[in-house]
Design a protein. Structure first.
Length: 141
């Protein structure tokens, strides 16, 4: 059985109309801004309002809680709406400090029309840019 052309168009329009409207860039940015850490306070990721980021992995000292040895990178991030999904793209740091890594470039999908926010609602999580451990917003001491 073939559908009439108008029925096909009506079905297509209803499918498109049912897709949720993506949040604005300002809403996504507000959700992501802040300092992210892991439970052990080894990793720190700062997502700043001026579209820059700073990421650090510290090695805790044996006799002190302060770290004398760390790797870090920093740079600019972009919020990109691509194919109906919001992504945060951490751009490469051309001169990372004490890093075995060339840069911290990574893209993380944070919202899509099917699942909503993929980084969490009550607590927001992003992966660290070195090892992809889960970092939680507001966990930093």
């Amino acid at each position: 059985m073939k559908l009439p052309f108008f029925a096909f168009v009506a079905i297509a329009i209803s499918i498109v109309a049912c897709q949720p409207t993506p949040p604005s860039e300002a809403e996504v940015r507000a959700k992501l801004l802040g300092d992210y850490c892991d439970q052990d306070q080894v990793f720190l990721l700062q997502v700043k309002e001026d579209s820059t980021y700073f990421h650090r992995r510290a090695e805790k000292g044996v006799l002190t809680t302060r770290s004398l040895n760390y790797e870090s990178c920093s740079g600019v991030y972009e919020l990109v709406l691509e194919d109906g999904a919001w992504k945060i793209h951490f751009l490469a740091d051309e001169r990372p400090k004490n890093s075995y890594f060339k840069n911290c470039e990574q893209t993380v999908e944070v919202w899509n029309g099917t699942d909503g926010y993929l980084v969490g609602d009550a607590s927001v999580n992003l992966p660290d840019l070195f090892e992809s451990n889960s970092l939680t917003l507001g966990l930093c001491e």
